[in-house]
Design a protein around this ligand. Structure first.
Ligand code: AMP
Ligand code: ZN
Length: 460
């Protein structure tokens, strides 16, 4: 399997560092607001990578952190803490803010059929590990203390900039004049910030009360759960020049070893040709899309049609196109599923070979989807449905829900909506809510039967 490594700017053959288990770290959400669909594109990309590795037979140990402190309004240590800001604005405790948005994030993962990583640590549960790292960096001479905190001295780490390809001199010259004149170099970044008494999130440390810098969180949690060296680190492209560069500097300065072998980055989701971001106020959430009648699977399908290293422009016209194609795919598969015919195993095998080849070539999912679309044009047969399900272990498009439901067209939209809500409640293991919705459906004149991959609706 070949993966594009940002560190070497080349597609490289992937193999785990140790045995058959892939250890992977993905930067998780800062939980101060709802994740937008651009963020979700990045998590879909990581999910595809997970699934592709599993198809290859690897075992997985994936970590995705939850940033519930330390991420300031700008990635480069300036402005207020995002969680603290939301907490003041919404007049809630910081934990209430982060718990609420963490739950909303998990709900979006579930809706989008994104598998949960094995370990999901919260930054605030790892303050001790972060302090330990900062202390180590001070002892080794990579960090220094000034009035408002502890900073990393990038001039002590000659490899600084290797991920983004900027050399240290350019980095030093390019960094704009900083307000903090005590810093040794303008691009030095905070490892730990000393907190003014009124700051609402703070912990004891050898340097008085304070709170961690954002970058140190990922170094501390990846080290704790995956060790000093692991296989893959992922994130969005915006993290390359600051966050990931800083993570490498901290981790490598501390342990003497580069933390991850492969660095993979997902390109942006754009809107009207510009970046989609909370700061610009041009974002949509999954709730927004669902309110407009687009199911999470249609959004996932939309994302899979672009390679993860290409930017993807979001438009409602494109979503409409994705909706039509996805529905066509499901109805073709329903017809295959219902067919009693067989297909020559050699033919199915050939399609599977092409599919795997596409996936193994740096996750060429658009090409892999092309293979699926050619496959479904073959004569109707249940074998083809089975092959599509195998491919869906990577796509994660819930293709098993394709069913030939004679009454499909007769089910009114509002009934279908309640049934979908009930399916989600069941998946979230909220059985009380599922029962309530079953009763509601009954009241609307429909019985719902659970099946292995979804449900069937029967008119009463
Ligand atoms: P954040 O919660 O801001 O830390 O972002 C979570 C993840 O989403 C990070 O991996 C970002 O790189 C990624 N991200 C942010 N904006 C976009 C976007 N417009 N398109 C794709 N990924 C994004
Ligand atoms: Zn990170």
């Amino acid at each position: 399997m070949k993966l594009y490594n940002t560190l070497t700017r080349a597609k490289e053959e992937f193999a785990p560092l140790c045995g058959n288990t892939v250890r992977m770290y993905s930067c998780g959400p800062t939980v101060y607001n709802f994740a937008h669909i651009g963020n979700m594109r990045t998590y879909i990309f990581t999910d595809i990578l997970r699934r592709a590795l599993k198809l290859r037979g690897y075992r997985l140990k994936c970590v995705m952190n939850i940033t519930d402190v330390g991420h300031l309004m700008s990635d480069a240590d300036e402005g207020e803490d995002k969680i603290v800001k939301a907490s003041i604005e919404q007049k809630k405790r910081p934990e209430e803010i982060s718990d609420f948005y963490t739950k909303a994030f998990f709900r979006d993962l579930e809706r989008l059929n994104i598998e949960k990583p094995e370990i999901i640590p919260k930054a605030t549960d790892h303050i001790f590990e972060m302090i330990e790292l900062v202390q180590g960096l001070l002892e080794k001479g990579y960090a220094y203390e000034i009035e408002d905190g502890i900073y990393f001295d990038i001039s002590k780490f000659p490899e600084y900039g290797k991920l983004s390809g900027i050399n240290l001199e350019d980095q030093m010259a390019g960094a704009r004049v900083d307000v903090n004149e005590e810093k040794r170099n303008p691009a030095d970044f905070a490892l730990w910030k000393k907190a003014p008494t009124e700051h609402i999130m703070q912990w004891e440390s050898p340097w008085g009360m304070g709170y961690p810098g954002w970058h140190i969180e990922c170094s501390a949690m990846s080290r704790k759960y995956l060790g000093e060296q692991f296989d893959i680190h992922t994130g969005g492209v915006d993290h390359i020049p600051i966050h990931h560069e800083n993570e490498i500097a901290q981790s490598q300065a501390f342990s003497g070893k580069p933390p991850a072998r492969f660095w993979l980055h997902g390109e942006f989701m754009m809107v009207d040709g510009g970046k989609m971001s909370k700061k610009l106020g041009n974002t949509y959430t999954m709730d927004d899309l669902m309110a407009k009648g687009y199911s999470p699977m249609v959004f996932r399908f939309f994302c899979l049609n672009a390679h993860y290293r290409k930017s993807l422009n979001f438009t409602f016209e494109a979503m409409d196109g994705a909706k039509v194609s996805y529905e066509r795919l499901l109805s073709a598969l329903a017809a295959h599923r219902a067919s009693p015919k067989k297909t020559d195993p050699a033919l199915v095998e050939e399609y599977m070979r092409q599919f795997k080849e596409a996936v193994d070539d740096d996750l060429n999912i658009p090409l892999a989807l092309g293979v699926l679309f050619t496959l479904i044009k073959e004569e109707k047969s249940a074998d083809i449905f089975e092959a599509a399900l195998k491919m869906d272990e990577v796509f994660g498009l819930r293709l098993s829900e394709a069913r030939q439901d004679a009454e499909e067209g007769d089910v009114p939209d509002e009934v279908r909506k309640v049934a979908e809500e009930r399916l989600l409640a069941r998946r979230m293991k909220d059985y009380a809510r599922a029962d309530e919705l079953r009763e509601k459906l009954k009241g609307m004149g429909w019985a719902v039967k659970d099946s292995r991959d979804g449900y069937e609706l029967v008119k009463l």
